[in-house]
Design a protein around this ligand. Structure first.
Ligand code: NDP
Length: 322
């Protein structure tokens, strides 16, 4: 690592709606943010097609087009958007301390503040047929894509709170929802289970797993099997929703930031402050409940405002001490 470290006032890690909104606010506040996009520039929305629920787009917008617009808006105010992956961080516990970040294992950055917006990654079953039909009827977000299956039959996999919530959401839109739970019981809260069980057009199949997603270009059905009896069956559906959990992208912060038992970064009260001064977390990396582009954008804005206030407080303290 021969090259000299670069000093940055505000480093933004991640380029989804949270990262770009933080960048828009931080650059307008003259924090001269530098953003590293990560491996999936634009984040999870770049893998969706139509986004119909982001306010301001009455006709809907393509996920990648929305992210390009957000990038342009951030760059218009001076954000430096760079391709690259932050591979290591060394966070200072001191108020006003400098945080080190290493990009792509070589470039060293010294940041006065960091906004983490690294998001979360939806888990998939890992079946080749499922991967092939992603975007062709297989989705990991019922709230984003459920509308496209209005009046149709769909299936959802998972037995946790997300699956239960999304199954009842889908039941409002679709004619029939089949929920596939691999065990003999759901992991979801009793209240959510009650909601599921009292929804008429929602059928729960226990001990049931998917063997193959059927269809060439689009989903036409699923072949399922009962993992107790081995019995197989084809269920005709046009949409398949996977709701088996998300993994927050927090590996590089482990041991340095307070996280919950599933690895989501914990923030202080209604703010985006982490347990380390000058480090803020926004978007799905700190939210396992709402997980929407617009809520991520909202917390991105909050993170930039929190960072601005923090840097102003550090500067005024330095002035008092000087
Ligand atoms: P969870 O990890 O709670 O549940 C995942 C579910 O998917 C489990 O039923 C699990 O089955 C199943 N699953 C995992 N892998 C597979 C697989 N390969 N094949 C089939 N099924 C599989 O994830 P959630 O996203 O539901 O929830 C995450 C957290 O967020 C939880 O703490 C939840 O309470 C919280 N949450 C809260 C909400 C709220 O308060 N409104 C809304 C949404 C989430 P198994 O049980 O067999 O392991």
């Amino acid at each position: 690592m021969a090259e000299k470290a670069e000093n940055v006032k505000c480093l933004i890690i991640g380029s989804g709606p949270a990262g770009y909104t933080a960048a828009i606010y931080a650059s307008r506040a003259d924090l001269k943010p530098v953003m590293y996009t990560g491996l999936e520039p634009g984040g999870q929305l770049t893998t969706t097609t139509e986004v119909d629920n982001f306010p301001g787009y009455p006709e809907g917008i393509d996920g990648p087009a929305l992210m390009m617009d957000l990038q342009k808006q951030a760059e218009r105010f001076g954000t430096q958007v760079r391709m690259g992956m932050v591979t290591k961080v060394e966070l200072s516990k001191e108020h006003g301390g400098v945080h080190k970040a290493i990009v792509d294992d070589k470039h060293e950055i010294h940041a006065e503040s960091i906004i983490i917006a690294t998001g979360a990654t939806a888990k998939y079953l890992g079946l080749p047929s499922e991967q092939r039909l992603r975007g062709g009827g297989v989705s990991a977000c019922a709230v984003c894509d459920g509308f496209f299956y209005k009046g149709q039959d769909v299936a959802i996999v998972g037995g946790g709170d997300t699956a239960a919530e999304e199954a009842t959401y889908l039941a409002n839109i679709c004619s029939k929802v089949t929920m596939l739970v691999r065990k003999g019981e759901m992991r979801a809260s009793k209240a959510m289970q009650h909601r599921v069980n009292s929804t008429k057009n929602l059928e729960v199949r226990y001990y049931t797993e998917i063997e193959e997603v059927l269809g060439d270009q689009v989903v036409e059905g699923i072949r399922v099997f009962n993992n107790e009896t081995g019995e197989k069956e084809v269920i005709p559906v046009t949409g398949l929703f996977i709701a088996i959990g998300h993994k927050p992208n927090t590996e590089i912060f482990k041991g340095q930031l307070t996280m919950d038992e599933t690895g989501y970064i914990q923030t202080d009260g209604k703010s985006t402050k982490t347990n380390v001064p000058g480090v803020f977390a926004s978007g799905d990396v700190q939210d396992k409940v709402y997980r929407q582009a617009i809520t991520a954008a909202g917390t991105g804005c909050m993170a930039a405002l929190d960072a601005e206030r923090y840097l102003a407080a550090v500067e005024s303290k330095e002035e008092v001490e000087a």
